[in-house]
Design a protein around this ligand. Structure first.
Ligand code: THU
Length: 128
């Protein structure tokens, strides 16, 4: 249920480690079986090592044995709600362009399919 997914994304956003950008992000992924897997951004003094919230959440889902993913909520503190970065779109695409993406700010939400956010995606189909 997407209200619960957004709630979990906002909750984990509070754990973001973002002392350099001060831009806190939380992500919650709902797998096809209804389980929820969360992540937040983790920055580093060596800036390029920063990991986005969405990629942490994908890692958590896969580590829990979930590869069939249904939707992703991304929570930030800005309006309009921030969308997943290009790298995260690409990583999410590995698990299906059908994924629903929900971007949640403090007072509004926006929704797309991943296919809308990443048209003409490069996927494993190209490798065959
Ligand atoms: N960030 C995310 O966690 N997800 C995104 O999709 C965009 C950016 C993080 C990375 C960095 O810690 C901070 O937001 C500012 O770019």
């Amino acid at each position: 249920m997407s209200a619960e997914l957004v709630r979990r994304a906002r909750e984990v956003m509070r754990n973001a480690y973002a002392p350099y950008s001060n831009f806190h992000v939380g992500a919650a992924i709902e797998a096809e079986d209804g389980t929820i897997h969360v992540g937040c951004n983790v920055e580093n003094a060596s800036y390029g090592l920063t990991i986005c919230a969405e990629r942490m959440a994908v890692g958590a889902a896969v580590a829990a044995g979930k590869r069939s993913l249904k939707r992703v909520a991304v929570a930030t503190g800005v309006e309009p709600p921030a969308t997943p970065c290009g790298a995260c779109r690409q990583l999410l695409a590995e698990f299906g362009l059908h994924l629903e993406i929900i971007a949640a700010g403090p007072s509004s939400e926006r929704r797309w399919t991943l296919k809308e956010l990443l048209p003409e995606a490069f996927t494993r189909d190209a490798l065959s």
